[in-house]
Design a protein around this ligand. Structure first.
Ligand code: SAH
Length: 353
């Protein structure tokens, strides 16, 4: 077993689990609260001022680590203040994330896996397949590290979270939902489910489970095509779950949670962007309480697909609006600090080979 595998990341544990760890180390129970507070502030062991050295030594001797995620690089956009983060995990793996500043607050985009198994034809995250799942603490660690890097005084810098970095969140269900519990915890960062969006390519059995488990978040579906034939051209997951399966699952999610469904639709030149496609999309979405985000495709060198022209995007959106499908075009953020989702990690690996 390597040292890395022996390591136990304290951020992986719930408050109740930390209490048990503390008691097992023969320490008073209240130390768990102190420890939990420090961990959620992004503190390393030597910054935990009110904890006795002997306690910290015991934690270290038992292979516990405090912050398993380190910020390696930050790029700041001169246009809109968007920040791109490169993080290093304890085993040397690299992941990336983004912090976007809006009028109403700051949104962090987090990764849920290193790489991805879904292999969508336009996406950079799946180019090397799935490398590994992130643990709950590694997903939380991204929020904590970026919060620490941006906050002034005691006020929390992060107001919203989107699970839209690398990975398919519903392909890592247990760790992702534990992360949701941790980040939502009242004694933790206490970020409300209303301020969290989970994006999925449509793993339908897990959408039902998410609804049944009571996670009332903004469910975002990477749809990118209105029918199975078109969707199969870019999204292999369509072999397992059809667009009709997705429609049924999100209707169930809406009925259980009352949360409007968001669909992502990246415009791929000559593939999913005709008025015929818009027409099929209108009939697919009929009866659903939903919103469509139209995204000009980001160019990914290794994938070679191109975005639709602005004129055609406009025609497509006009058609949707005329047929009462609410839609917006997603604003491009941080255009000067490198393009597409997933590209940053890859560029970093190339340059540091
Ligand atoms: N696996 C999840 C989470 C990833 S979120 C999902 O599929 O939803 C990242 C979002 O960016 C998804 O909507 C994905 O489809 C989209 N995306 C991936 N590559 C893109 C590209 N080149 N241009 C625009 N959007 C892209």
């Amino acid at each position: 077993m390597s040292d890395g595998e022996k390591m136990k990341q304290l951020l992986d544990y719930s408050f109740e689990e930390l209490e048990k760890i503390v008691l097992d180390l023969n320490e008073p129970k209240f130390r768990a609260k102190q420890l939990f507070d420090w961990l959620n502030k992004g503190a390393e062991f030597d910054e935990m001022k009110n904890l006795p050295k002997s306690f910290i030594e015991k934690l270290k001797a038992n292979d516990y680590i405090a912050q398993a995620i380190k910020i390696k690089e930050v790029l700041v956009s001169k246009i809109d203040g968007t920040k791109k983060y490169i993080y290093e995990l304890f085993d040397g793996n690299i992941i990336e994330g983004v912090l976007m500043k809006y009028k109403y607050g700051n949104t962090i985009c987090v990764s849920t896996q290193v790489g991805c198994r879904m292999n969508c034809a336009f996406c950079a995250s799946g180019l090397d397949g799935l490398i590994r799942n992130l643990t709950p603490g590694e997903i939380l660690g991204q929020v904590i590290a970026v919060n620490k890097d941006n906050k002034k005084g005691d006020e929390r810098a992060i107001t919203n979270i989107v699970l839209m970095g690398s990975g398919e969140p519903l392909d890592n269900y247990e760790n992702v939902t534990k992360f949701l519990d941790l980040v939502n915890a009242e004694c933790g960062l206490n970020i409300s489910m209303r301020n969290i969006s989970l994006s999925t390519c449509g793993i339908c059995d897990k959408i039902y489970k998410l609804a049944d488990d009571g996670y009332n978040l903004t469910l975002t579906i990477s749809l990118h095509a209105p029918d199975n034939e078109t969707r199969l051209k870019t999204m292999p997951i369509t072999k397992k779950y059809t667009v009709e399966d997705i429609k049924k699952a999100v209707q169930y999610y809406f009925d259980k949670t009352g949360r409007r469904i968001v669909f992502e639709y990246a415009m791929v030149d000559g593939t999913n962007d005709s008025i015929e496609h818009a027409k099929t999309l209108v009939s697919l979405l009929k009866g659903l309480t939903c919103h469509v985000n139209i995204i000009p495709l980001n160019y990914v060198k290794e994938r070679g697909l191109k975005t639709t022209s602005n004129d055609n995007i406009k025609n497509f959106m006009d058609f949707l609006e005329k047929h009462k499908v609410s839609c917006t075009r997603r604003r491009t953020m941080g255009a000067d600090i490198d393009g597409a989702c997933g590209q940053l990690r890859r560029k970093y690996l190339e340059e540091n080979k």
